[in-house]
Design a binder for this molecule. Structure first.
Ligand SMILES: [Cu+2]
Length: 141
């Protein structure tokens, strides 16, 4: 009995972990005068434990913040979120009018078709670098 329990403990330790996959990353093209843009993506967790996105960094902007947009009384508002839970077996989508990565103080002009890299930091999985493409979109938010 003790032996069986020990094996079970080892198995659960080795298998209970998040597995983060980043897909469909894109950054919105903005006019050269603009100092801000936003990035959108899908974060998939194919593991069996939750993880948390706690930080984003990019070489194209001085600051990258996790934001969520909402409409209140006809006005679009954004607020910063400290962390985003990525539940096991689920995909969290960052999309226009929802969650996004706000890129503040752009260091370069973003042109459609260009490749950009962002670093996503997760509490358990650590840093994951993803490459995306600059695309045209409707509004900055
Ligand atoms: Cu924002």
């Amino acid at each position: 009995m003790g032996f069986v329990l020990l094996i079970f403990t080892i198995l659960s330790l080795s298998f209970s972990q998040p597995n983060i996959v980043i897909e469909d990353l894109w950054v919105r093209e903005v006019p050269p005068v603009s100092t801000m843009s936003a990035a959108f993506l899908k974060i998939k967790n194919t593991g069996d434990e939750e993880d948390y996105l706690i930080k984003v960094e990019s070489e194209i902007a001085e600051i990258a913040e996790i934001h969520i947009s909402s409409v209140k009384e006809g006005i679009i508002r954004m607020r910063r979120v400290k962390e985003v839970i990525i539940p096991p077996g689920q995909t969290v989508t960052f999309k226009p009018m929802g969650m996004h990565v706000m890129l503040i103080n752009l260091k370069k002009t973003l042109r459609e078709g260009e490749k950009v890299k962002l670093k996503f930091v997760f509490r358990k999985s650590g840093s994951i670098i993803a490459e995306g493409t600059v695309r045209k979109g409707r509004s900055v938010r």
